[in-house]
Design a protein around this ligand. Structure first.
Ligand SMILES: Nc1ncnc2c1ncn2[C@@H]1O[C@H](COP(=O)(O)OP(=O)(O)OP(=O)(O)O)[C@@H](O)[C@H]1O
Ligand SMILES: [Mg+2]
Length: 255
């Protein structure tokens, strides 16, 4: 469903991705990892067509999105739900308008129906549904993030969900709720999830396949067992802090 073919891209003169290739078949999910600044968020922006690669091709459902007309790109974007790393919300809209945004824009549902769904989703991410009329600026960082997750989850039938560090700043219970809902959405609706996270143990609940980006390249593309056994020199220092949780996760799976 998503294919990166030899993608190079950067900002101004600074090259960030230097020949990145990977392939995510329909219905499959991936965790993207890599050091800070390696280009993880950049990859998600490219998938959304918010930036255009310097060279290479990006295929979504077999269509090359590079240079695609805005109208065609918008059709593709409608099928993608994204939670940005900074949990970007529309500041002039209330929490309710933010969370119900996609339903208000793209569905024929009545206002009262949308409000019920918004309240249910706020409750799910452990927010008080009565904050519906509050403006985002009145909320804490963690609360804003949960509103952003709620908005993405309530978008109209996404086929692909992109999450950039979705659980950062959430307490364990809220993290569990968000992950469980993602798992449910993926299993029931067969939605592909691409998640950027450093929480390997949490990520494994969503998918067992990992892509690691480093110095502009994909240095790993495989499953958790291969990740545990990986001894490439490019990966060892990056993986060192995660080794313990990878081994724990693999052991739990075997038990
Ligand atoms: N809009 C921008 N203009 C200029 N440089 C940018 C821009 N966005 C990102 N960069 C640079 O591109 C590189 C990759 O950024 P990116 O946000 O994709 O990294 P990341 O892997 O998501 O990092 P982190 O884990 O810290 O979120 C960084 O060096 C960053 O400074
Ligand atoms: Mg990032």
């Amino acid at each position: 469903m998503i294919k990166f073919e030899n993608i190079s891209f950067g900002y101004n003169d600074h090259k960030v991705l230097d020949g990145v290739s990977f392939d995510i078949p329909d219905g499959e999910s991936r965790v993207i990892m890599g050091p800070s600044g390696s280009g993880k968020s950049t990859i998600l922006r490219l998938i959304l067509g918010l930036d255009c690669p310097w060279s290479g091709k990006i295929f979504i459902d077999g269509l090359n999105i590079c240079g695609m007309k805005l109208r065609d790109m918008q059709k593709i974007r409608k099928q993608i739900a994204m939670v940005f790393q900074d949990g970007a919300l529309f500041d002039s809209m209330t929490v309710g308008e933010n969370v119900g945004f996609y339903l208000l824009e793209y569905s024929d549902k009545k206002g009262s129906e949308i409000e019920d769904e918004v309240r249910e989703m706020l409750h799910f991410v452990d927010l008080d549904p009565d904050i519906i009329d509050t403006l985002p600026e009145e909320l804490s960082g963690g609360m804003r993030r949960r509103v952003a997750v709620a908005r993405a989850l309530l978008s109209t039938n996404p086929r692909l969900m992109l999450f950039d560090e979705p659980t950062t700043g959430l307490d364990p219970q809220a993290t569990e709720n968000v992950l469980n809902l993602m798992i449910k959405l993926r299993e029931v609706k067969n939605i592909s999830v691409i998640i950027v996270t450093h929480q390997i143990a949490d990520a494994l609940k969503l998918t067992s396949k990992y892509i690691v980006i480093r110095k502009g390249l994909v240095v790993f593309d495989g499953n958790i067992d291969q990740l545990r056994d990986c001894d490439s020199s490019e990966m060892s220092d990056f993986l060192a802090p995660f080794k313990k949780s990878i081994v724990e996760v693999v052991n739990k799976k075997i038990v």
